[in-house]
Design a protein around this ligand. Structure first.
Ligand SMILES: Cc1cc2nc3c(=O)[nH]c(=O)nc-3n(C[C@H](O)[C@H](O)[C@H](O)COP(=O)(O)O)c2cc1C
Length: 178
């Protein structure tokens, strides 16, 4: 049984954890994969509470979310979960079954077909409402140079050549995995 929560009571915690990294998890055809993200936000659009994630097109998780249109956001509580965030932020689901390597415990969600993760228990259940590849022509040149170096190979984890897709997802549930 998961403990449902009021997101507003955890907003500071969510935003402060984002700075050092949280996980986004997707499940497609029985394959579960998580990546670490630090760019994102909780907000409002269309009178709905939303989570917006920015995921580069080359990430394995990117295409999973495009297809599944659902994901969970997994946020550490007291435990900083540094090892998990480090592994999921440097290894790709193309090469590793990250959950297996790390011994992660899946907790079934109620409102999406993607599990939460017991080790990062604060969970947002998200359904994608809108996604869009950010237009490189609208990104200021200095940011483009800093964050999208075109001489980097996109096969390396920190190769930041690829632009971001912005996924705007409705938060349809929130719980602390137990
Ligand atoms: C602290 C940290 C924050 C990160 N933030 C993001 C992010 O916001 N968006 C993104 O696309 N990648 C981000 N990454 C990189 C991905 O987590 C990394 O490339 C990962 O290996 C991709 O996994 P996948 O190929 O299984 O999707 C971050 C990595 C770290 C370590």
């Amino acid at each position: 049984m998961n403990n449902k929560i009021d997101i507003y009571k955890h907003m500071n915690h969510i935003m402060s954890q984002l700075k050092t990294g949280i996980l986004i998890t997707c499940r497609l055809n029985d394959r579960v994969n998580s990546l670490t993200v630090a760019w994102g936000q909780v907000g409002f659009e269309w009178n709905k509470l939303i989570f917006t994630a920015f995921i580069r097109t080359g990430r394995y998780t990117h295409d999973m979310i495009v297809n599944k249109k659902e994901f969970t956001v997994n946020i550490p509580m007291e435990d900083k979960a540094g090892k998990i965030l480090g592994f999921c932020g440097t290894k790709s689901g193309r090469d590793y079954d990250k959950a297996k390597e790390l011994g992660l415990t899946f907790i079934e969600s109620e409102n999406v077909d993607v599990p939460g993760i017991k080790e990062l228990p604060l969970t947002l259940e998200c359904k994608v409402l809108y996604s869009q590849l950010q237009d490189k022509n609208n990104i200021p040149d200095d940011l483009k140079t800093e964050f999208y170096p075109q001489d980097a190979g996109s096969d390396y984890h920190s190769a930041n050549r690829d632009f971001h897709t912005m996924f705007i997802a409705e938060i349809v549930g929130a719980y602390i995995a137990e």
